[in-house]
Design a protein around this ligand. Structure first.
Ligand SMILES: [Mg+2]
Length: 313
């Protein structure tokens, strides 16, 4: 065996102790610098009793959720699990002429049964087929929160990757002649960028007609999605609904936490059968329900309301 010379030993030790920053990409270097800043301001162990205030001052509310979506194998496992399960339902759903994923929960007058119609699935876009955790990452690194302006900039960059499993599911739908509609609360002015992002991720084809139903594309297409679902159901039999928010399945506007839980429970046999929910720990209509609908209140007020909910007040 060759003897390691002193010079080689120096080289090996130098490589081992090179600070990670030297081999970082620019983004990683930025993240490291922000992390160092946070660590500098982090509370000492004796200040742990002020944990909540420390988190507000030195961390970002969405840090854990965003780390989970971006890096946890568990996130990718659950999205694939959901899409694999959804794909397995297609054959039975196509064969049963009375099968529909559309329910009448007070928002629609249409009959849910749609025999002898072409078949389709309805999918949400954000955090269902496109993973926008890159936007959350940007907000955290800039210590900022959602704004229409930064969101539009992010969407127009068309950089969101497909959620793991989504492309395979969409491919299966195409093979089985099932049309895939996208009902999204992205504003209609972002529809071209959305379409291009979906095409670049293989979730739509350049030759596809307009299969995206965006918010405000028509006056009656507001943030509640049931009107758009009904407009599709007027000509198609809807086999499955896929989303990351209760609003992707049911009419939930202004429902409180208890009512939302009751609704999800009322349709418990639909989950994993006709309805498939993707995980989104970052945001959603659940968060508005937690903060009791105070969508425009300050960050401090929202945190107070969240703590109030957590403590059961
Ligand atoms: Mg969504």
């Amino acid at each position: 065996m060759r003897t390691i010379t002193k010079q080689w030993l120096v080289v090996l030790l130098s490589v081992a102790i090179i600070p990670p920053l030297v081999v970082c990409t620019i983004d990683e270097a930025r993240a490291q610098s922000i992390l160092q800043e946070h660590l500098k301001n982090a509370p000492s162990a004796s200040q742990e009793t002020m944990a909540h205030d420390a988190v507000s001052a030195n961390g970002h509310e969405d840090l854990d959720a965003t780390l989970w979506v971006r890096f946890a194998a568990e996130y990718k496992a659950i999205t694939r699990q959901t899409y694999n399960a959804a794909a397995r339902q297609l054959s039975a759903a196509i064969a049963d002429q009375n099968w529909t994923a559309i329910v009448d929960n007070g928002s629609t007058t249409t009959s849910p049964s749609r025999p002898n119609r072409p078949v389709c699935v309805i999918m949400d876009v954000d955090e269902t087929v496109l993973d926008n955790s890159g936007y959350q990452q940007e907000l955290i690194l800039n210590n900022s929160s959602f704004s229409g302006e930064s969101w539009a900039r992010f969407v127009n960059a068309k950089v969101s990757p497909a959620v793991p499993g989504a492309k395979s599911f969409v491919d299966t739908c195409r093979q089985m002649k099932v049309t895939v509609f996208f009902v999204t609360n992205r504003d209609f002015r972002l529809e071209t960028a959305t379409r291009e992002n979906l095409i670049s991720e293989g979730l739509m084809r350049p030759s596809d007609p307009d299969l995206i139903l965006s918010k405000n594309e028509r006056p009656e297409w507001t943030s509640g999605k049931s009107v758009r679902r009904d407009s599709i159901a007027a000509t198609y039999r809807v086999l499955l609904l896929v989303g990351d928010d209760l609003n992707d399945f049911l009419f939930v506007k202004k429902s409180n936490l208890q009512q939302r839980t009751q609704l999800a429970e009322q349709y418990r046999h639909y989950w994993g059968q006709r309805w498939f929910m993707l995980p989104n720990p970052d945001y959603g209509s659940w968060e508005i329900a937690v903060t009791k609908g105070s969508k425009n209140s300050t960050a401090a007020e929202k945190t107070r309301l969240k703590m109030e909910t957590l403590s059961g007040k």
